[in-house]
Design a binder for this molecule. Structure first.
Ligand code: MN
Length: 288
C-alpha cells in the first residue's frame, strides 16, 4: 500500500505518527450542549484525523438538554467550526440525526454549510461492503421492557427472594405447588442485563432486512465491532464517557479508535493504568 510521507509536525506537541489518514470516520453521541461532552478530547481527535467522509451518527447536539438549560462553552463552538471547516476543505460530512437532536430530522435531505442531513445512509466500504448508518434509537421500543427490568438490581432480587418465601407459604396453605417467583424474575433480569445484546441483535436484523452487510450506529455509548447473527455490527461509542470513534482504512478495514485509553484525565495520572484495561470494564450506559 502506498504510504504518504507525514506532513511536517504542526506547532503543537502532536506526534505526527498519530496523525490518522483514513477513508471514513464515524462518530456519534457528542452531546454538544451538555457539560458531559468531552469537547477538548474531541477537538484533538478531529485535528488528528483526515478522512474523505465523516459521518455524524446522531446525538451530536443535545437539544433535550439545551431546552432545559443553555450550556454552550467556546469549545463546543470550536467543534462545530471544526466540522464546518472539514466540510469546506473537501470532506464529505453526513449528519444522521439521533434522538437527542431529533429537531434536525425535520431537515433531512437539506444541506447546511456543506453538511448533508439525512435520515440514514448506506455506506459502501472500499472493499465493497454495504453498511447501513443509523443512530439506533428507533430500536428502543423493541427493548424498552428489558431496559426497565435492568433497574431491578441485586437488592431487588433479595427482596424478591423474601416475597417468594411468603408467597409459597401462602400457596402451600392453599394446597398449591411450589412456584419460584425468584427464578422467574431472575430469568427476566438476566435478559435485562443483556440489554446491549438485545439492542445489537435488533439493529443487526434490521440491517440485514435492508440488504446491508453491516450496520454502523451509536446511541448506547458502547463501542463495538463484531458479528451479530452474521451481520457486521459496528457501534462508534460516544464522546461523553468512552471517547471512541470508528474509522474505515483505505483498504476497507474497520477499526475502533479509543481515545479514552491513553487520554486519561490528569486526576488518574498518578495511578499507573495497566495496558489494555478497561474498555470492557466500563459499564455501558443503558439510556442514551
Ligand atoms: Mn441517542
Amino acid at each position: 500500500m502506498h504510504v504518504d510521507t507525514p506532513p511536517p509536525a504542526p506547532a503543537d506537541d502532536l506526534d505526527p505518527t498519530e496523525r490518522l489518514r483514513v477513508r471514513t470516520v464515524f462518530i456519534s453521541d457528542l452531546h454538544l450542549g451538555t457539560p458531559g461532552c468531552q469537547a477538548h478530547a474531541l477537538l484533538d481527535f478531529l485535528r488528528d484525523v483526515e478522512c474523505d467522509t465523516l459521518y455524524l451518527v446522531g446525538d451530536i447536539v443535545d437539544g433535550w438538554q439545551l431546552r432545559r438549560s443553555w450550556y454552550w462553552p467556546q469549545a463546543h463552538n470550536d467543534v462545530v467550526q471544526k466540522l464546518m471547516r472539514k466540510a469546506r476543505k473537501g470532506t464529505r460530512v453526513v449528519f444522521v440525526p439521533g434522538n437527542h437532536d431529533e429537531f434536525a430530522r425535520r431537515y433531512v435531505t437539506h444541506n447546511f454549510g456543506g453538511i448533508d442531513v439525512v435520515e440514514d445512509a448506506m455506506h459502501v466500504t472500499a472493499d465493497g461492503r454495504r453498511l447501513w448508518v443509523t443512530h439506533g434509537d428507533y430500536f428502543d421500543g423493541v427493548i424498552q421492557c428489558a431496559r426497565w427490568l435492568a433497574y431491578l438490581g441485586d437488592q431487588a432480587y433479595e427482596f424478591v427472594l423474601k416475597i417468594n418465601r411468603f408467597l409459597n407459604i401462602a400457596r402451600g396453605r392453599l394446597g398449591l405447588p411450589y412456584w419460584s417467583l425468584s427464578r422467574y424474575l431472575k430469568f427476566k433480569v438476566k435478559r435485562a442485563v443483556s440489554y446491549v445484546n438485545d439492542f445489537e441483535v435488533a439493529v443487526a436484523r434490521e440491517a440485514r432486512k435492508r440488504g446491508a452487510d453491516g450496520v454502523v450506529c451509536g446511541h448506547i455509548h458502547h463501542a463495538e465491532i463484531r458479528l451479530v447473527e452474521g451481520v457486521l455490527y459496528c457501534n462508534d461509542g460516544d464522546w461523553v464517557e468512552s471517547l471512541t470513534a470508528i474509522v474505515e482504512h483505505h483498504d476497507g478495514r474497520l477499526e475502533i479508535i479509543d481515545r479514552g485509553v491513553h487520554a486519561a484525565p490528569p486526576v488518574f495520572a498518578a495511578a499507573p493504568v495497566a495496558a489494555g484495561t478497561p474498555a470492557g470494564a466500563r459499564e455501558p450506559a443503558l439510556v442514551d
